[in-house]
Design a protein around this ligand. Structure first.
Ligand SMILES: [Zn+2]
Length: 200
């Protein structure tokens, strides 16, 4: 791989090391996501209050967390579960932003990227990362499409959310969910284990 390639100013090999440390392995999705992010950030320029929204829960959130100060935990990264490989970087005050996505029209010209990205049923071919990365980085800017957008409203709720105790379980939760917490409304993701003892 050519060592002079940079992702947002960082040598690509250094980025791959950080990616592996953070994500657990080298991910083509994060690499494509980093190119999307680069395209969107170049389009909007420096903004004082950067936020990013991704339209899928896989890969793209980690690209954002690796390359920007926006994290899931600080609320400046929002993650939509739409299954779309796209993201928008925007200024949370002006709501001006740029949305970037993978150029599907181009995929058939790139067999490795195509076999990685296109899935039929559960079958998914996984070319070796190094070959895939080489192809992704060789495509040039046309792999990513980017367009200026204006957000309809900020995605982060900036007002403090009132909290209170659930009338059933007594635990604290944000009251906008209703008179009981989501778990006590039947939305729980757990049941109690065989041992029902309380621990400190
Ligand atoms: Zn409850």
């Amino acid at each position: 791989m050519k060592s002079d390639i940079c992702i947002l100013g960082e040598p690509v090999e250094d980025f791959f090391v950080r990616m592996e440390e953070f994500h657990g392995y080298r991910s083509p999705g994060i690499l494509v996501g980093s190119l999307m992010l680069e395209a969107a950030l170049q389009r909007i320029g420096h903004v004082p209050y950067l936020n990013v929204v991704t339209e899928t829960v896989v890969c793209l959130p980690d690209a954002v967390q690796l390359l920007t100060p926006c994290t899931y935990g600080n609320g400046f990264l929002q993650v939509l579960d739409w299954g779309k490989f796209a993201l928008t970087a925007y200024d949370r005050d002006s709501l001006d932003g740029a949305r970037a996505w993978l150029n599907h029209d181009l995929l058939t010209d790139y067999p490795l990227i195509n076999s990685w990205f296109e899935r039929t049923g559960y079958k998914r071919e996984k070319p070796p990362f190094s070959e895939l990365a080489e192809e992704i980085l060789s495509t040039g800017p046309e792999l990513i499409r980017c367009q200026e957008v204006k957000l309809l409203h900020p995605l982060k709720n900036r007002r403090p959310m009132p909290t209170g105790r659930c009338s059933k379980c007594g635990e604290s939760y944000t009251l906008h969910h209703g008179s009981r917490c989501p778990a006590c409304q039947g939305k729980s993701y757990y049941s109690l284990g065989a041992n029902k003892e309380l621990y400190a």
